[in-house]
Design a protein around this ligand. Sequence first.
Ligand SMILES: [Mg+2]
Length: 377
Amino acid sequence: MLITDVKPYPVWGGNRNFFFVKVETDAGLYGIGEGGLTWRENACAEAVHHLKSLLVGQPASRIEHLWQVMFRGGFFPADKVISSAIGAIDIALWDLRGKALGVPVYELLGGRVRDRVVCYPHVTGDTPEELAERSRALVDAGWKFIRFGVPTEGSLFEPSRAVRRSVEQFAAIRAAVGDDIEICIDAHTRLDPPDAIRLCRELEQYRPYFVEDPLRSENMHSFHALARQTGVPLAAGEQFATKWDFRELIEEDLIQYCRIDLCICGGITEARKVAGWCETHYVALAPHNPLGPVSTAACLHLDLATSNFGVQELPRVPGSILPDVFPVQVPFADGHLLPPDRPGLGIEFNEEAAQDCRVRLGHAPRLHRADGSFTNW
Ligand SMILES: [Mg+2]
């Protein structure tokens, strides 16, 4: 089965863009993948055009070989744009392999180690009371985890106040949902070390499942000081491309949860290697997935087949976005993703519907400090 075409599809999904890649073959089967570099969809589409010439005419079954060719074939190692494009293509190749063999992707990854995959939704709200009420409603609907973010004030971010409000909000959510529900908080790389240390220490009494991205992701060495000064579990990794970006956090035991994004790190092929590396350090996967139906499906298959798994991010339950583009999505019930029994990823892609959803170029929202200076969103 030879690859005949590789087509990028940046699409508008109603409130944000998504980026999909369709790989076609001479057997009439197609695979579908997704890239995760949000707000850089057109750059990723051009990267796919570059990579296409390396792929057309090649056997679709040589997934590892094609990953190496794509990653190293331009001499310069892939950056985040290229690794996102590689990730989308790689996920499509796994989908194709499953379809060709008539089995779900998790069977190709060693088979299921669990019956279902626990997920967390995002909860938002301006006040502790609002967050507590919405969290309680999510628990009543079957969710076992809650996740919220360190608050901003419109486009203003004042770190000291944000830390104080985060602690108040966390306390209110804990009181509302009780001790059997896990709570995650995402600082979204907004804090500097002193505020991150303060946040983590003050949250210890409320037992967070993890504190996510307390620091920016360019300099992993900054996690040493934080890890020395707090006992809360730390999570990071959603901005990383390839296994090498994860090296220091895993090898130095600086995180307890790996927020790998399959659609940025290089696909299922690369994520499996990171997962194995994490296993040797007792780090659990908590895959990053603010993305679309293909990312959700790819995460589900990896989670089903990975022993060291913690929780799956799922702000958009299957069927809630792009139902025309993906008329078949993976099963979900009561806060859990369930094993699909269809071959491949278990989803269907409608190319004509994707062509109708033209991408809308834009940039990430911007935050500023009180003095007008830029700060991470
Ligand atoms: Mg995050």
